[in-house]
Design a binder for this molecule. Structure first.
Ligand SMILES: *[C@@H]1O[C@H](CO)[C@@H](O)[C@H](O)[C@H]1NC(C)=O
Length: 302
């Protein structure tokens, strides 16, 4: 019995790490929680060594860049590194600076170039320990493994988290950052859905994705700050319940999301409404579960 439970707990860990409950040699090394953990680690180092020791009650924060110049310098260097590797690193048999999906994309000219430099670095570092079911697989018929939480994109996760950290300091910088990130995203993507200098791409965590998501997040934060904190019109329910147990809900969904009652074999696969209904149903269940956990004062923290 004890061997059985050890085995199932190992399988549980493998499944949390990458949902490939087969063997260690196929274990996916990067992942969402790994990415989050590493990003927060880097940001906490930046804040520990170059952050402000006391937090003054300041209103205007245009001096933030001056005040935290070593942090900004490191972030600018990191972003330069991402840009150089992404656009200048030669990848064998692929065009330099390729950002596409490979497969049948780009008229099938570069079938094995999925993810350009980002994909190449991960395949070189992790070999077989790679994520095999990227979202581009179905649409572009790609054959190469590609990890949406790969190594190169982690740089931009740090940059994104850093922007959030600045905005966490003062609400004035939120409005300022909103415009800067919004304008950057518009220029980088030339306001197109999948084109421009740097296309908005979540799988690559591209710079335009970072600025685009940053802009919308800061807009939402500013609006919520006004509605909830300043005016007191709303307390944020029901979203505060899953928000206070986000790791629990995330892991819970990763483990149980494909089982009843969260999902079922769909009768109308081709239409969108049953997919939509299933997603809303699953989300509502997790909101309900997190509400009960909130009532029981249970909060999972890592
Ligand atoms: C792509 O890789 C496959 C093996 O994974 C190989 O058979 C094929 O020839 C490669 N195609 C190109 C264009 O390099």
């Amino acid at each position: 019995h004890s061997t059985g439970s050890t085995r199932s707990s190992i399988r549980f860990m493998l499944c949390v790490a990458g949902c490939v409950p087969v063997s260690w040699s196929w274990l996916r090394i990067p992942g969402v929680l790994q990415r989050l953990g590493f990003t927060y680690f880097v940001l906490s180092l930046l804040q520990t060594f170059w952050g402000q020791k006391e937090i003054p009650l300041k209103m205007v924060s245009s001096s933030d860049v001056v005040l935290y110049w070593p942090q900004w310098l490191i972030i600018i260097l990191l972003e330069t590194l991402w840009l150089c590797i992404t656009f200048l690193m030669p990848v064998p048999n692929c065009p330099t600076g390729y950002l596409g999906a490979g497969g049948i994309g780009d008229n099938g000219l570069h079938p094995n170039c999925t993810g350009g430099a980002a994909g190449y670095i991960d395949r070189w570092m992790f070999g077989d320990n790679m994520y095999r079911y990227p979202t581009c697989k179905d649409m572009y018929h790609t054959t190469q493994p590609f990890d949406p939480e790969g190594v190169l994109g982690t740089i931009n996760s740090v940059v994104m988290g850093f922007l959030g950290m600045q905005v966490g300091g003062s609400i004035i910088s939120c409005m300022f950052s909103e415009s800067i990130t919004g304008i950057s995203a518009a220029i980088l993507s030339k306001c197109t859905r999948d084109g421009g200098f740097i296309p908005v791409n979540k799988n690559l965590w591209s710079l335009s994705y970072v600025t685009c998501m940053g802009c919308f997040s800061f807009l939402l934060l500013g609006a919520m700050y006004f509605v909830i904190d300043i005016k007191g019109w709303w307390g944020g329910q029901p979203f505060i319940y899953p928000g206070m147990n986000s790791t629990f809900v995330y892991v819970g969904h990763s483990l149980l999301g494909f089982y009843f009652p969260f999902s079922w074999e769909m009768a109308f696969q081709a239409s969108h409404w049953e997919w939509l209904f299933q997603s809303l149903w699953g989300t509502s269940l997790w909101v309900l579960i997190s509400y009960f956990l909130y009532r029981k004062k249970f909060f999972l923290k890592i």
